[in-house]
Design a protein around this ligand. Structure first.
Ligand code: PLP
Length: 456
């Protein structure tokens, strides 16, 4: 007898994950090592320690420990907003008239409005434990900067955020939330750093990019004693922390003996998708189960679907370690795209390896189609989704509509990573018919590809 599935599947406090899951431990083919940009040799823990906190360096390089304890201080912070809801989208199913069963894991139920807090609180904790004064970071759309500001204020750390200039100007309220939590927010490229001055001189009037803000934040961390740099996506450590999403999802589904057929997530740098799917891919890697995993990216920044799997720089200034990943080239600057959080040129090395090995597929979707899905979802499920998250909604709806044609009763799970209250300019453009669906041409992509570093 199957139990009736409630709208929301809850986990009790004692059912929450107490360890993160490190999917690398189960990967036969490990992600390629990070390289020192100066020597092109695998980077050592000592070298990484100049940039990142010691404990996070350990996590970054650990590819053998499957489960890592979540420290008590982090667990108690998680308890304030976790578990995040796993919702059965009964109303959406009805509106679509589909036999598919749709679930979404909603990570927007904290003040920062996205899943990024899951890793921010962990990174701030380890910085505090190491006795640091503060951390530096970049933020694009602003969600990461917001999450990190909250985490730093909780642990009494200073937080310096370099915010991509175009977002700084377009999203003054995001900036103000960060300042509520005591962070300093500087538009990037700034004139505070060598790299910022250089980029401003070479590209007068530039509105910035994530790659450039990363270089600035790293420079400031390395030059200021007692500071380290932290990053909100892409890195192995971030996927590790975000595994809490997938572990909770799996625990909730297991409670009702639900086995998903399709798992969908949007992919910017890969952290929410990696976190959501890690425990499920772990089962695939160990030969225990099979799932269809779909990464969804914007057609304007198609790292998986049109990028190459190669070593590349993580930032414009080429100061960060080189990573082997699906990439469009580190100086790729995506055209105006309203899903700001998905505009990174590269992709998590872990997900890149899994994708190369056939454990996932990827699709790219156009902006207006994404906003159509966002609105359809908002009107029946009552949540105003972030544009980034709406990429996953788009494909979940498409999959459910396919089921309607074939009569298949597939179970679809997708990650709803955040809320869109600070994205109303994007919604406005959509409503006014001013949103464009620019897709880079092969020639344009080739131009950036030709400048990739030559490393085998
Ligand atoms: C940052 C962000 C993303 C994309 O980042 P990933 O690292 O790919 O998860 C997606 N959704 C929201 C709401 C975000 O803030």
């Amino acid at each position: 007898m199957s139990k009736e599935i409630p709208y929301k599947i809850y986990l009790e406090e004692n059912e929450l994950p107490k360890q993160w899951y490190n999917v690398r431990a189960d990967m036969k083919k490990k992600p390629a090592p990070l390289l020192n940009p100066a020597t092109c040799k695998p980077i050592t823990p000592e070298e990484l320690g100049h940039v990142f906190c010691d404990e996070l360096v350990k996590q970054e390089l650990d590819e053998t420990t499957p489960y890592i304890d979540i420290p008590e201080e982090i667990l108690s912070f998680y308890k304030m907003y976790r578990p995040s809801p796993l919702v059965r989208a009964y109303c959406l199913e009805k509106a679509l008239d589909t036999p598919a069963k749709i679930y979404y894991k909603f990570e927007g139920n904290n003040t920062s409005g996205s899943h990024k807090l899951n890793s921010a609180i962990a990174q701030a904790y380890y910085a505090k434990k190491q006795g640091l004064k503060g951390v530096t970071t970049e933020t694009g759309a602003g969600q990461w900067g917001t999450a990190l500001s909250m985490a730093c204020s909780y642990f009494g750390l200073d937080c310096k955020v370099y915010m991509v200039k175009v977002s700084y100007e377009q999203k003054p309220f995001r900036r103000e939330v960060m300042r509520v939590y005591g962070a300093s927010v500087t538009p990037s490229p700034s004139m505070d750093t060598e790299i910022g001055k250089k980029i401003n001189a070479e590209h007068p009037g530039t509105t910035g990019s994530l790659g450039c803000a990363i270089s600035e934040a790293v420079e400031v961390a390395v030059k200021n004693p007692g500071y380290r740099y932290v990053l909100g996506s892409v890195l192995n450590q971030v996927l590790l922390h975000q595994s809490v999403i997938g572990l909770e999802t799996k625990a909730a589904l297991d409670k009702y003996n639900i086995k998903p057929d399709v798992i969908i997530g949007c992919a910017g740098g890969g952290s929410n998708l990696g976190g959501l799917v890690s425990p499920f891919i772990g089962e695939m890697l160990r030969g225990e189960a099979d799932y269809e995993i779909i990464a969804v990216e914007p057609a304007s920044c198609p790292s998986f679907t049109r990028g190459v799997f190669a070593y590349d720089f993580a930032d414009t200034g080429m100061v960060c370690p080189l990573a082997k990943m699906y990439t469009l080239g580190s100086d790729f600057i995506p055209s105006a795209n309203h899903a700001g959080g998905l505009r990174y040129h590269g992709m998590s090395p872990v997900l890149s390896q899994l994708y190369a090995d056939g454990y996932m597929k990827a699709v790219s979707v156009e902006q207006t189609k994404v906003f159509e899905a966002a609105e359809q979802f908002a009107r029946v499920e009552g949540i105003l989704p972030a544009p980034e998250s709406s990429h996953a909604i788009r494909v979940a709806i498409d999959e459910a509509l396919k089921c309607k044609e074939t009569g298949e009763e597939k179970t679809i799970v997708f990650g709803l990573t955040g809320t869109g209250y600070f994205d109303m300019v994007a919604y406005e453009k959509f409503h006014d018919g001013k949103m464009d669906d620019y897709i880079p041409t092969d020639e344009e992509l080739e131009q950036f590809r030709a400048r990739l570093p030559k490393i085998d």
